[in-house]
Design a protein around this ligand. Structure first.
Ligand code: APR
Length: 314
C-alpha cells in the first residue's frame, strides 16, 4: 500500500514492457507506480515517470509514477511485475535468454525477498516458465503469491487471429491456450467458441491449423518485425489484466503459469493452466478434461519446459 492509501504497484524493469505497464496502470487507476531499474538506466525510468506524470493532467489521472534505482522505494508494493531481462533478437529462442536472464532474476528475486516479501509477484521475463520457477525458489514466496504471465498473451494472440479470420468482433471469441510459453504451447481448439458457436464449426481445419501455428510463433513474428527486441504492448496489457484481478479481487479465471502439485499429472513445475486470481493471489487452479491427443500435446509442451527448468542450477 502506498502511504496515501492507494494500492502500490512495483514494476521491476523500466524498458519497453515496463514503460507500457506504468502507463496502463495509471490509465486504469490501479494505484501509484514505482518504476525500478538498474543505476545505468536511471535516466530512462526517471524520464518515463516524468513523461507519464505530465500526461496525467490531459485526462485527469490521479495515480503517479516514481522512477527509481533504489529497491527501498519498491518496499510495500501490493503487486510486483518483473520485466527485468533481455528480450530476444531475431533468430533467438526464448531458451537462449536463460543464462543472462537467470543472473538478472537471481538479483531481482533476492531483492524481492528482502524488500517486498508480501507482494503478489507476476513474472514476464523469458524463458517464462523457468524464470518464474527460479523466482519462486529464490524469493521464497508462498506458491499462491507468484505467477507467470504468458497464457493471457498467447490466448489473446489466438483470439486476435480467429476474429481476423472470421471478420467478427474479438469480444465474442472465447479461447484457451495452455502449456509452456514456447513453440509447443497448446491452443485448445475443442474448447474455443465464438458467440457460443464451436470454433470447429466456423473455421475449416487447414485454416485453424494455420492460426494455431501463427499463435505458437506469435512472439517470433514480432521479434522478426521489430528486429531490436520483442513484443511489448501485448505483454504489458496481459500482465496488467492479472495485476488488476488481484488488486480489485475480481477473481477472473485467466491462463497463467502456476505451481502445479499433481494437477495435469505435473508436480513441482510452473506451467500454463487456467487459474483464478483474486485478493488471495492464485486462489484456484482449474483442471480441464483433455482427450488423448490434447494430453499428448500438453505432455510435449511440458517436456520442453521441464528440460529448461531442469537445467537451472540455483
Ligand atoms: N534489475 C532491474 N532491471 C534490470 C536488471 C536488474 N537486475 N537488469 C536489466 N534490467 C532492465 C534493463 O535495464 C531494461 O531497462 O530490464 C529492462 C528490460 O527492458 P527491455 O530491454 O526493453 O526488454 P522488454 O522488451 O521490456 O522485455 C523484458 O520480458 O517478454 C520478456 O523476453 C522479454 O525477457 C524479456 C523481458
Amino acid at each position: 500500500m502506498a502511504q496515501n492509501g492507494k494500492k502500490k504497484i512495483g514494476l521491476i524493469g523500466g524498458g519497453q514492457i515496463g514503460g507500457n505497464l506504468a502507463l496502463l496502470a495509471v490509465q486504469k487507476s490501479l494505484g501509484d507506480v514505482v518504476l525500478y531499474d538498474i543505476p545505468a538506466a536511471e535516466g530512462l525510468v526517471k524520464g518515463k515517470a516524468l513523461d507519464i506524470n505530465q500526461l496525467a493532467a490531459v485526462d485527469g489521472y490521479d495515480c503517479r509514477v516514481k522512477g527509481t534505482t533504489d529497491w527501498k522505494d519498491v518496499a510495500g508494493s501490493d503487486v510486483i511485475i518483473i520485466t527485468a531481462g533481455m528480450p530476444r533478437k531475431p533468430g533467438m529462442s526464448r531458451e537462449d535468454l536463460l543464462e543472462i536472464n537467470l543472473k538478472i532474476m537471481t538479483d531481482v528475486a533476492g531483492n524481492i525477498k528482502q524488500h517486498a516479501p508480501n507482494a503478489f509477484v507476476i513474472n514476464v521475463a523469458n524463458p517464462l516458465d523457468a524464470m518464474v520457477f527460479a523466482l519462486h525458489k529464490i524469493a521464497g514466496l508462498p506458491k499462491h503469491m507468484v505467477a507467470g504471465m504468458a497464457g493471457v498473451l498467447d490466448t489473446s494472440r489466438f483470439k486476435c487471429f480467429v476474429a481476423e479470420a472470421l471478420g467478427s468482433s474479438i469480444r465474442d471469441v472465447e479461447a484457451l491456450v495452455l502449456g509452456g510459453h514456447g513453440d509447443d504451447m497448446v491452443p485448445l481448439v475443442r474448447h474455443s467458441t465464438v458467440g457460443g458457436v464451436p470454433l470447429t464449426e466456423l473455421i475449416a481445419k487447414d485454416k485453424l491449423d494455420a492460426i494455431i501455428k501463427r499463435t505458437r510463433e506469435g512472439g517470433a513474428e514480432l521479434v522478426g518485425l521489430y528486429k531490436t527486441g520483442s513484443a511489448y504492448f501485448g505483454p504489458a496489457a496481459s500482465a496488467i489484466a492479472m495485476a488488476e484481478s488481484f488488486l480489485q479481487d475480481r477473481k477472473r479465471v485467466l491462463p497463467a503459469a502456476a505451481l502445479l502439485e499433481g494437477q495435469y499429472g505435473i508436480n513441482g513445475y510452473f506451467f500454463g493452466v487456467p487459474v483464478q486470481i483474486g485478493a488471495g493471489g492464485v486462489e484456484k487452479i482449474h483442471t480441464v478434461e483433455l482427450n488423448d491427443s490434447e494430453k499428448a500435446e500438453l505432455e510435449k509442451s511440458f517436456q520442453s519446459v521441464k528440460k529448461t527448468v531442469d537445467s537451472v542450477k540455483l
